[in-house]
Design a protein around this ligand. Structure first.
Ligand code: TYD
Length: 225
């Protein structure tokens, strides 16, 4: 199986708090606060974090956001293909995921292939998203933020506007599909962690940190915090 080392993916239903957790991690790994490493008479920068998300903010990602808002009606198959195209650039484009991983950075993406298998799987059946995403490398670590959709949608209440997937019936299906699909990743070489996302954000952040700290990249840098 093709695993991209140093690559971490956060997955979960809408409102499960993945974006908040990326933000908290960004604060924790702020380059100004991350200690430098002194090795062999040289000073090296501390661990660098490349925090990213899908759909991206590229032109393809912007089309996708319009589709998600319902302001641009597109066929589900078109949406599935656009997500895969956005991902291909995100991975292999300049300063993309692959480049950062190979440079030794810790890369954390808010959503990746499993989102397409779950969400587009609902809209256009399993075969097309599976085919479109078959050849993308897998992350070293996949964290699933599990949350009751009733609570998740309550959390989204204050936000302006709603995406087409932000409905209870869809989110119940989304959670079911994640739970059915993710164990297959753990059967391969991907480390899968299941996290109870109903707890306060700070508590979840501690757990995320504990999980991340077990990655080999932290051993290499000997980072302490
Ligand atoms: P989300 O990650 O919650 O971002 P925001 O906080 O900006 O709303 O929303 C992205 C939506 O995109 C979410 O409903 C899931 C959907 N999505 C897919 O349907 N397929 C995909 O491949 C990806 C990456 C996301």
């Amino acid at each position: 199986m093709n695993i991209l080392r140093n690559f971490v993916v956060f997955e979960g239903g809408d409102g499960s708090g993945t974006s908040t957790q990326i933000e908290l991690l960004r604060n924790r790994l702020n380059p100004e606060q991350t200690p430098e490493i002194h090795r062999g008479g040289k000073t090296e920068p501390g661990l660098r974090l490349f925090a990213t998300f899908e759909p991206t903010d590229s032109p393809i990602g912007r089309i996708l956001r319009q589709a998600l808002r319902g302001t641009l009606p597109l066929k589900p198959e078109t949406v599935a293909r656009l997500f895969a195209a956005d991902r291909n650039e995100h991975l292999f484009g300049p300063e993309g995921i692959r480049e950062h991983c190979l440079a030794g950075d810790l890369v954390v993406s808010d959503r990746y292939v499993p989102s397409s298998l779950v969400y587009q799987g609902i809209d256009c059946g399993e075969a097309l998203p599976a085919l479109l995403n078959r050849d993308f490398p897998l992350p070293e670590l996949l964290i699933f933020f599990d949350l009751d959709p009733n609570i998740a949608l309550e959390r989204l209440e204050g936000r302006s506007g709603r995406d087409v997937y932000e409905r209870l019936d869809v989110q119940l299906l989304v959670r079911e599909r994640y739970r059915a699909l993710l164990p297959a990743y753990a059967a391969g070489e991907v480390r899968l962690e299941h996290l109870d996302a109903s707890r306060p954000a700070e508590e979840v952040a501690e757990e995320v940190w504990r999980i991340l700290r077990q990655m080999p990249i932290f051993e290499a840098w000997g980072e302490e915090s």
